[in-house]
Ligand binder design. Structure first.
Ligand code: BGP
Length: 478
């Protein structure tokens, strides 16, 4: 079964959860310029805040003013670990300052102290889909090498400040999203001079892979900094793991699926875990017309800066094959072909718990280092009953089945450190900016139009997860 010190918990990201977007000296980040959207209507990016639009990150779930209450609720569930990100523009408002914003640093001091008081380990994502907007405009996000130095100044600051308070760190959230057509906008912040729907920006493969190279170098240099100056830190990478299956047993489909796994899932983690671009990279770049500009010292940094553990988000699997162009399923940043054996969520994401056991075995077989599932969960519409209860048995069912498969993977021999389900307290959806797409075990009274008291309520899944953690994953009954 799960190891004795298994890190049970949940995960959030600053821009989807904190709110207080311009409080205490914080500068605007790219998500602060993103309006709300729906499953069928993409969010917009505007070049300045326009009064006619709603910007969900501005208030979000207002963790900034509710952190004590929220961390107490997590502690009540028995959390061992709380994954959260640090907002870069809270610390460096434009990304270019030489000295950090003290008030921003103090906020996270308070959050980590509160976690410590409740015996909860923070797991900090250094960069979760955000960047100071000024820096994004000046450098077109990660396209410029200069961004690496600005990022490292941010990393040095938080590494020094939170010594003794944080042990576990992740460099970039879902770094491989940068390879994907919509993911590149969200992950690499290449938004300079653009106003329009987020899915309307077009980047060339050259730009995408170059920006990603800069992120990979920044990630490696972050790991090197930790290993040389903060040996007590444990640093992981983080990818979005969208398992692909061949649509049929036609050899062409098998090969396509293998290539998809290499190019979409392994490309970044191969670099971050093994310390070099994989053997299939050269051909992939050639096919895509990419000519990477690799500066002296980059490859050495990649080689030295390999992570201590690997983490990933897991929500779904897809099929890949030559035929079936019409039967598509969506995903958060990437879609694929429909699998006839699987159901989908209300947002069209394919639900596949067994795929998680498969993913864990594949990753462990490939790398042999400890793994952690740092995002997983069901985005669903919850019904608030008159008595204030929320009966989310569908969420319990989803989580139970995924935890069961994790337990089987552990039985298979996989070294699994922990599980932090996504959006443990309701927050803003990344892809649509909606509030009604909820993942939490704690309900936040807030609607898509921005109204609501922000009051927190325990859902049925809250009490269920409490039992799961108390029994170290043995008791999964409702
Ligand atoms: C992941 C992101 C999260 C998150 C989650 C759910 O890709 O790392 O930030 O929000 O997906 O996606 P969504 O919010 O679109 O439902």
């Amino acid at each position: 079964m799960f190891q004795k010190d298994f890190l049970w918990g949940g995960a959030v990201a600053a821009n989807q959860f904190e709110g207080a977007w311009d409080a205490d000296g914080k500068g605007p980040s790219v998500p602060d310029l993103c309006t709300n959207g729906t499953r069928d209507r993409a969010k917009w990016i505007t070049q300045k805040v326009r009064p006619e639009y709603l910007y969900p990150s501005h208030e979000a779930s207002d963790f900034y003013h509710h952190y004590k209450e929220d961390i107490a609720l997590l502690a009540e569930m028995g959390f061992k670990c709380f994954r959260l990100s640090i907002s870069w523009s809270r610390i460096f408002p434009t990304g270019l300052e030489e000295t950090p914003n003290e008030k921003g640093l103090e906020f996270y001091d308070k959050v980590f102290d509160e976690c410590k008081a409740h015996g909860i380990q923070p797991l900090v994502t250094i960069s979760h889909y955000e960047m100071p907007y000024m820096l994004a405009c000046r450098n077109n996000g990660w396209l410029s090498r200069e961004t690496i130095d600005c990022f490292l100044r941010f990393v040095e600051t938080i590494f020094a400040r939170y010594q003794g308070k944080v042990k576990y760190w992740l460099t970039f959230n879902e770094i491989n999203a940068g390879q994907m057509p919509l993911g590149d906008v969200i992950s690499t912040s290449m938004v300079a001079g653009y106003e329009g729907p987020v899915d309307g920006i077009r980047h060339t493969e050259q730009e995408r892979y170059q920006a990603l190279h800069h992120q990979l170098v920044a990630s490696a240099k972050t790991v090197i900094l930790a290993h040389t100056q903060y040996p007590e830190y444990s640093i992981g990478n983080m990818i979005t793991f969208v398992v692909s299956y061949p649509l049929t047993c036609a050899p062409q489909d098998i090969l396509m699926s293998q290539q998809h796994m290499q190019q979409s899932n392994w490309y970044c983690s191969d670099v971050q875990v093994r310390g070099r671009y994989p053997y299939y990279a050269e051909k992939m770049w050639r096919d895509k017309g990419v000519q990477l500009e690799i500066a002296p010292g980059d490859l050495e940094a990649l080689q030295q800066g390999t992570v201590d553990f690997m983490s990933f988000s897991y929500y779904m699997s897809i099929c890949v094959g030559q035929q079936g162009e019409k039967d598509k399923v969506s995903g958060n940043l990437t879609g694929g072909l429909k699998n006839p054996y699987l159901e989908t969520s209300d947002w069209g994401w394919q639900i596949d718990p067994i795929g998680l056991r498969y993913a864990l075995n594949e990753a462990y077989d490939r790398y042999g280092i400890p793994l952690m599932v740092v995002e997983n969960g069901l985005g669903a519409i919850d019904q608030l009953e008159e008595d204030g209860s929320i009966h989310d048995s569908y969420r319990i069912d989803y989580m139970r089945k995924h935890i069961q498969q994790m337990a089987l993977a552990v039985e298979d021999g996989v070294d699994l450190m922990g599980y932090t389900c996504w959006g443990c307290i309701d927050l803003v959806s990344l892809t649509t900016g909606e509030m009604r797409k909820r993942y939490g075990m704690v309900y936040v009274d807030k609607k898509d139009d921005g109204s609501g008291s922000l009051q927190r309520r325990r859902k049925d899944s809250f009490y269920w997860y409490q039992k799961v953690i108390a029994s170290n994953g043995e008791d999964l009954d409702e």
